[in-house]
Every structure is written in structure tokens, then in C-alpha cells.
Design a protein around this ligand. Sequence first.
Ligand code: ZN
Length: 86
Amino acid sequence: MDEYQLIIWKNKILKEDPDTEFDKKKPFSVCHSKCGDIVKIKEPYNSTHFCDHSKNCTKESRKRRPAAGMPSLASSAGRKGDCQYQ
Ligand SMILES: [Zn+2]
């Protein structure tokens, strides 16, 4: 992994979401702090996907969206924006 590229990329993500937490084991699965969703980055060092999510992730969209995703994790309890890496 290219540490330098990674730092640049992380800075881009942090500009978009300053409260993001990175998983050391899976740096390209980024948790969006506002909704607690894990955004999987499709291309390494590409922040576009996360920025798109951030733009589309509004109070409205969070309300409308059913608790879908990973069925085992999608229980309604304890899901209030906490980052839940597996
Ligand atoms: Zn989000």
C-alpha cells in the first residue's frame, strides 16, 4: 500500500467528513459519521464514491431508507450513526 497516496486520500475524505473513522485493517471501507454507513471505496485512493455518498446522504434520505444492507447487522437497535466495522 502506498502510504503517501493513502494520506492524501484520507485528507480528501476528512475534508468531506471530518468525523470519519478509518479502519486500519480495511482503509477503503470508510464510515460516514453522519449515518454510520460503511462506504466501500471501489477504487483505491479514489474519494469520489465517498463524496457522492456524502452529498446524497441527507436527513431526508436517511429517514426514507429502510434499515437494509447486511441483514444480520441491520437490527434497528444501536444504530444511530455509530461506526460499526465488522
Ligand atoms: Zn451517509
